[in-house]
Ligand binder design. Sequence first.
Ligand code: UDP
Length: 393
Amino acid sequence: MDLGLYLDVTISVYLKCPNPLKISYLKNIMTPSRKLWKLLFVSTPVGALGTGLGGGVELTLYNVAQQMLHRGHKLQIVAPVGSIWKDIPIIQIPGNLQTIAQSQKRADGIVMADNSTLANMWDYVREIECDYNLIVNFAYDWLPFYLTPFFKKPIAHLVSMSSLSNAIDEVIEKVGKNFPHALGFHSSYQAETFSGSIQPLHILSNGIDIALYDFCPQPKKQLAWIGRISPEKGLEDAVALSRKMNIPLKIMGKLQDKYYWQKICRDYPHAPVEYLGFLSTKEMQKIVRECSALLMTHRWVEAFGNVAIEALACGVPIVSYRRGGPKEIVQDGKTGFLVTPDSITDLVDAVSRLGEINRYQCRQQAEMEFSLEALGNRFEKWFETILALEIKI
Ligand code: UDP
């Protein structure tokens, strides 16, 4: 059967299905020129997928992988041993985990563990690279950036954090210069923390499966804080606000730095806060959707902030410091408030004004800007640009 006829038949079968989204999606993707690729996704070496140690990278990798498979591409994930990720098969690599970049100082040198998971993962990738069209790196580590010119196949690097280390900045800049489309960022505020010479910029934002998050029109008088419990996330300011306004605060996320958490508990013994642990998406959204707002009190330039779009999907407004990715997500005064960084007074003012926010508009923003399909389109376009360049070479 010729391809045009095949597409007509497929689309007409789908036309019987009453879901117009499916039809437009099919029309979008089933174009005769569309190429299907073999993609090799290489995860972060700081923790196994599913543990929460990898932060937002875990959900991002899963969502992009799902979208690529859904669009007919072939895909393999390489990740540290112990990685479990729903229905997607993973090649598990043993070794000692990599130290997180955010725990190191800007001028520190690069540290590699003995029997390093990171090195083992990239050894493995080198063995199998020829079976794939494109390697996609999700790790914010010096080694994969450095290795870029030594591989036969192109590498797309999703830069998951803002600038933190001189050595990593330098190697990222070099990749940007020698492989102009190889770098992808989540937000332009994140990208601008690196050298201004990186051009063109691929800003990929993020996306989630909105259907997994239920809308809640009537919240309880309580607030949420979600994230890794680690100093750069500034949890103490959210706890201070909870104490000051006497509003219960539900805390969810991986306990990455237990001394930091113990200090917060000592400093605010009477704050009405409750730590619920690291929850599955299903459990997490059940709690956050009943909250009046999600607080984002980060001290660093958050590259994006997956938790912001997850809250919006439940109809929950964001009260965030005007710093990094959330500046690009929150529509100030409409789907939340952006306040002066590190100001508890401004946080209190914003929380007092939450009645001005229409929760339907929050959900609507998530549906319009952060759907899985939109995420898939952006990544597919980025991969296509890199692969088109390959062919020309
Ligand atoms: N998360 C989760 N369960 C929890 C708390 C957080 O699955 O109890 C996930 C959340 O869905 C998000 C990630 O942890 O994907 C945090 O990512 P974010 O981009 O907000 O911050 P990062 O950790 O990458 O700095």
